[in-house]
Ligand binder design. Structure first.
Ligand code: SF4
Ligand code: SF4
Length: 87
């Protein structure tokens, strides 16, 4: 079965720290940093690797500063075993 691994890149210098992306993530991947960007806003950061690439965060961001990337990892199919009678 294929598994989707997601990753986000946040343009932190254009983030206003509104936290909409934090609320939208079903896997708690995003938090707000303790530090501020050049405009004085605390910005969003990715805090774990549970992202599935669902795109919720990018859709709710009012400033469109989140890019989402997805990688599909396919597990190899198990070998077929054929039973034969040995006499
Ligand atoms: S793409 Fe989905 S899972 Fe990944 S950080 Fe955004 S909301 Fe969370
Ligand atoms: S929704 Fe956009 S502007 Fe708001 S905190 Fe997240 S990345 Fe920053």
């Amino acid at each position: 079965m294929a598994k989707v691994i997601g990753k986000i890149i946040i343009d932190i210098e254009h983030c206003k720290g509104c936290e909409l992306c934090v609320e939208s993530c079903p896997h708690d991947c995003i938090s707000i940093a303790d530090t501020i960007n050049a405009k004085g806003y605390q910005y969003a950061i990715m805090v774990n690797d549970h992202c599935t690439g669902c795109v919720n965060c990018a859709l709710v961001c009012p400033d469109a500063v989140i890019s989402v990337y997805r990688k599909v990892v396919r597990e190899p199919k198990p070998a077929k075993i054929k039973e034969v009678e040995i006499s």
